[in-house]
Design a protein around this ligand. Structure first.
Ligand code: CUA
Length: 311
């Protein structure tokens, strides 16, 4: 959060520095008085060991330690409210990119309703022009329990709540990859609910969009794997657009190989880890809700070959 690249994150850093400034002054004052008292009033030779005079009911002192903290809290409150309203007041301009993100145990479903794209765990966005902001507005929903969407370099945390829609916006101003993480404890694999945001220039984002919009590729060599995949329970939970697989419980696999990790960031997306995942997801992500598919090694090879064709 100390190297922001998006307007809400810049604002959050400003508030953070303001709060750190005030609390640093309080800390120095309190610690300074404590150290001064320790030295000035330490036990000396010849002390008679009796308690010093006790002071009761000093109105000045009681007023001072009530009013001063109250004023500080009011100032912090007003400044924070101003920044929150400043961020939330923003209305989506007509050219804003709309993204819907659905939290699942334990992965992120990512939808671009206007572009007809569905993917998972790796959010791709165009760079926003700093001179005329072209923001992305994110609609947050949950399929099960409370999660929290947090990419510290782009925006603050926003809870992802079942039966409630939350909104957040970001306008990443520099291409790059930014890491995020579910920030609300949501069960066994809360820590394994990672998210990356890749910010592209306008041109490379258009290329990514076109590749994602294409139907799943069909390759003769992987036809056997596809037929096997279609005959198994895979299709009840996963979608591969253009095929009979249209489940929505698990991540959309149409362009699985365009993603660099599987299991929401727990392992790199390599042929070996993909095969191990299909064989038994819990071996890589204990508690993952996808069951072990109990396939023979030959069938495992076929299904893996098919998945590898989903570019
Ligand atoms: Cu999802 Cu923690």
């Amino acid at each position: 959060m100390f190297s922001p690249v998006s307007t809400p994150a810049y604002a959050i850093r400003e508030v953070a520095f303001f709060v750190i400034g005030i609390t640093t002054v309080i800390f120095l004052l309190v610690a300074g008085l404590a150290v001064y008292s320790l030295i000035r009033f330490r036990r000396r030779r010849g002390d008679d060991g009796r308690e010093p005079p006790q002071v009761y009911g000093s109105h000045q002192i009681e007023l001072a330690w009530t009013v001063a903290p109250l004023l500080i809290v009011v100032v912090l409150f007003l400044v924070t409210v101003r920044y929150i309203y400043g961020i939330e007041r923003q209305k989506p301009p007509p050219d804003a990119l709309e993204v819907t993100i659905v939290g699942h145990q334990w992965w992120w479903e990512i939808r671009y309703p206007k572009l007809g794209i569905v993917t998972a765990n790796e959010l791709h966005l165009p760079q926003s022009d700093p001179t005329s902001s072209t923001p992305t507005f994110v609609t947050l929903e949950s399929a099960d329990v409370i999660h929290s969407f947090w990419i510290p370099q782009l925006a603050g945390k926003m809870d992802v709540i079942p039966n409630k829609t939350n909104r957040i916006w970001i306008d990443p101003q520099r291409p790059g990859t930014y890491v995020g993480q579910c920030a609300e404890y949501c069960g066994m694999q809360h820590a394994g609910m990672l998210l990356t945001v890749t910010v592209h220039s306008r041109e490379t984002f258009a290329r990514w969009t076109a590749a994602q919009q294409a139907a799943a590729s069909e390759d003769v060599q992987v036809r056997g794997g596809r037929q096997l995949f279609s005959s198994l329970a895979c299709i009840n939970c996963h979608t591969v657009r253009g095929t009979t697989a249209n489940g929505v419980f698990g991540p959309d696999l149409t362009h699985l190989m365009s993603r660099s990790t599987i299991g929401a960031g727990v392992v790199r997306n390599t042929p070996e880890s993909l095969r191990a995942w299909v064989a038994d997801p819990s071996s890589l992500k204990p508690g993952a809700l996808m069951p072990a598919m109990k396939l023979s090694p030959g069938d495992l090879d076929k299904v893996t070959a098919y998945l590898l064709s989903l570019r």
